[in-house]
Structures are given as structure tokens and as C-alpha cells.
Design a protein around this ligand. Structure first.
Ligand code: NAP
Ligand code: ZN
Ligand code: ZN
Length: 346
């Protein structure tokens, strides 16, 4: 067992405190990783505030981990001491069911083991990346390409794959009109991926504040949804709308901007149920869908694609004692565009 310094919360909305936990002994197929940076995802806030229910405390959030391999178990074949690696939203799955076999471990029928706030297959609570190190089975570790610094790589492990995967799944490419709703941590990466995949990209943000940055990141058009005329102007425009917003939207208004056969894909995960009128779907054969992170194989593909296309999040690196303040700033949409904790300050 290895004692590790972490940032934890003792209950919903409690402030972060520096405490210690024990990481398990290395199993033969385990990797021991020194975490260097960990991104702050809005899901960390939903979980730490227990907004989705089922919160298990004490909680150590963090599922955007980038670090360096310190030790490997005797049966590890893919990684060596010193390798630059990442760990995302989950750390184990059955590896045998139909979804695991096709590389979509997030849908494992036994139940995927999340990086934190989850019970592993031995019944132990998992602790995430606001932590000096972590022990993970090698199959759930990805390689960070040399072209990506570890601090900018960390948000890709959740925000990157969560946007890359649905854009691929819904055939983003030349000739397709894609709208990204919300220019936050997920949204500003979605803009870059959709652009790199060749689509015509529109950002739908609450205000005009982020327009110049959206255009720099590859958006072709930008609209502020605070102006209701935008919904009329864009009626029937998009093949795909990727919604990254953490709050409930007027779903019918967004559906009205889809073409025939267009799809509204939700990755944003508000705490209350959405409402919509079924005629918003029927009349133009539209669909509503959801998407959950992405599998390990596709996460590696996303990292390689990011390195190849020069895609990276815009980050603000913070110290471990600034996390409470960072949460408040994320809730005020006062982040451009991802906070990343420098774990050496823990
Ligand atoms: P974030 O950085 O806070 O970004 C969300 C953005 O949504 C904000 O920057 C803001 O963009 C917009 N927004 C916020 N409140 C709004 C409101 N009331 N009305 C309209 N727009 C609003 O959060 P994030 O880390 O990108 O995560 C976004 C959501 O995705 C969260 O709910 C998170 O839990 C979820 N998530 C889901 C998955 C998955 O697998 N499905 C994975 C990761 C995260 P503008 O200023 O541009 O309007
Ligand atoms: Zn996340
Ligand atoms: Zn499985």
C-alpha cells in the first residue's frame, strides 16, 4: 500500500481539504503513475456537490489525469517507467462483454468502474486524480503523444474524448453543418475537432463574449442565444447540434434549428429532466441522443488526432489551494477554458 496526498471533500459542497489515502499494492498488470496535472471537469462539481445523487464521501474527484509511469507490475507489456501517460473517466471493466470487446468499455454490462465516486470490483471506493498518484490496470491507461505537454493533455482525457467521440459517431466531416452549444471546457474542444474533421462549425453561446476566441479556434459562425431572433434565423440549418451545456435548455428551440434527419446530441448533463414537444421530432424526422465519454481505443485515437492537428485546450493552471475558488468560477462561466491543477502544489 502507498500513502498518497489528495484533495478530498467530506460531504456535498464541503470545502476541499488536503488529506491522505492508500493506493493498492501493484497487481501484476498494474501501473503506478505519478500524476503531474489534473483538469477540473464540470462533472467533478456535479459530483462533489452531489447534484446527480449517489455521491460517496470522502470523495477525491478528478478524471483528467496526465502523468508519468513510476513503476509497472511484472505482467505489464505496453508501458515502461518514465512513459508519459493519461487516465480518464474509468479504470476497470469486465473486458469480456460485447461492448468491452468492441472498445466501448463505458457501456460494460458488468458496470464500468469510474475513476472516482465508484466501487471497484472488490467493493472499494475509487479515488480520482486530485491526487499525487494512482494505480491503474494497464488496459485503462493511454499514451500521451510527445507533441502534447502534460498540462494541456490532461483535459483531453475527459473533455477531449467526450466531444471527439460523438462528432465521429454522427459522421462529422466536409459538407456537414455542426453547431456546438456552450463554449466551455467541452465546447471549446468540440469546435476544434469539428473544424479539423472538415465540418462547417457554428458556436451557439449565451453571449458574444467568446466570439473572437471561437473564430480563432476554427468556428465559421458564432451567435449569441440571448437574442431570440437567432433561433428563427437558424431554423432548419444543422445536421448535428452537440449540446455541452450543464444546465437545461429550451429543447424545442434547439430542435427547430435541425434539418430533416438532424440530431441533437447531449453530452451536457443537467440535474433536472429536459422537456420537449414530440412534434419537434416528428415533423422533420429529427432525433435526440446522448453520448458518454468514449472507449480506451478511441481515447488513444483522439490523443493522436489532437497531436497531429495541433488541437489543445486553453488552460489556466492553478494551485491545489485554489480548487474551491475554481469551482465557483466554473459555475459563473468565468473560465477560459479549463482549470488544470498543478499536482506538485499538493
Ligand atoms: P463548463 O466548462 O462549465 O461549460 C459549460 C458551458 O455551458 C459554459 O461555459 C457556458 O458556455 C454554457 N452554459 C453554462 N450555463 C448555461 C446556461 N444556464 N444556459 C446556457 N448555457 C450555459 O462545463 P464542461 O466541463 O464543459 O461540462 C459541460 C457539461 O458536460 C457538464 O454538465 C458535465 O457534467 C457534462 N459532461 C458530460 C460528459 C459525458 O460523458 N456526457 C463528460 C464530461 C462532462 P457559454 O458561455 O458559451 O454559453
Ligand atoms: Zn469529465
Ligand atoms: Zn464489459
Amino acid at each position: 500500500m502507498c500513502k498518497t496526498h489528495v484533495l478530498s471533500v467530506s460531504g456535498a459542497k464541503a470545502p476541499f481539504e488536503k488529506t491522505t489515502i492508500e493506493r493498492r499494492e501493484l497487481r501484476p498488470d498494474d501501473i503506478f503513475i505519478d500524476i503531474k496535472y489534473c483538469g477540473i471537469c464540470h462533472s467533478d462539481i456535479h459530483n462533489a456537490y452531489d447534484e446527480w445523487g449517489g455521491g460517496m464521501f470522502p470523495m477525491v474527484p478528478g478524471h483528467e489525469m496526465a502523468g508519468v509511469v513510476r513503476a509497472v507490475g511484472p505482467e505489464v507489456t505496453k508501458f515502461y517507467v518514465g512513459d508519459r501517460v493519461g487516465v480518464g473517466c474509468f479504470v476497470d471493466s469486465c473486458e469480456k462483454c460485447e461492448y468491452c470487446l468492441r472498445g466501448e468499455e463505458q457501456f460494460c454490462t458488468k458496470g464500468v468502474v469510474l475513476s472516482y465516486n465508484s466501487l471497484d470490483y472488490d467493493g472499494n471506493l475509487t479515488y480520482g486524480g486530485y491526487s499525487q498518484n494512482i494505480v491503474v490496470k494497464e488496459e485503462f491507461v493511454v499514451r500521451i503523444p510527445d507533441a502534447l505537454d502534460l498540462d494541456v493533455a490532461s483535459p483531453l482525457l475527459c473533455a477531449g474524448i467526450t466531444t471527439y467521440a460523438p462528432l465521429r459517431k454522427w459522421n462529422t466531416g466536409p459538407g456537414r453543418k455542426v453547431a456546438i452549444v456552450g463554449m466551455g471546457g467541452l465546447g471549446h474542444l468540440a469546435v476544434q475537432y469539428a473544424h479539423a474533421m472538415g465540418a462547417e462549425v457554428t458556436v451557439l453561446s449565451q453571449s458574444l463574449n467568446k466570439k473572437s476566441e471561437a473564430l480563432e479556434l476554427g468556428a465559421d459562425h458564432y451567435f449569441a442565444t440571448s437574442d431570440p431572433a437567432v433561433f428563427t434565423e437558424l431554423a432548419g440549418r444543422f445536421d448535428l447540434i452537440l449540446n455541452t451545456v450543464s444546465a437545461n435548455l429550451d429543447v424545442d428551440a434547439y430542435l427547430s434549428m435541425l434539418r430533416v434527419d438532424g440530431t441533437l446530441v447531449n453530452v451536457g448533463a443537467p440535474t433536472q429532466s429536459d422537456k420537449y414537444n414530440v412534434f419537434s421530432l416528428i415533423m422533420q424526422r429529427r432525433s435526440i441522443a446522448g453520448s458518454l465519454v468514449g472507449g480506451i481505443r478511441e481515447t488513444q485515437e483522439m490523443l493522436d488526432f489532437s497531436a497531429q492537428h495541433g488541437i489543445a485546450p486553453k488552460i489556466e493552471v492553478i494551485r491545489a489551494d485554489q480548487v474551491d475558488e475554481a469551482y465557483e468560477r466554473v459555475l459563473r462561466s468565468d473560465v477560459r477554458y479549463r482549470f488544470v491543477i498543478d499536482i506538485s502544489t499538493l
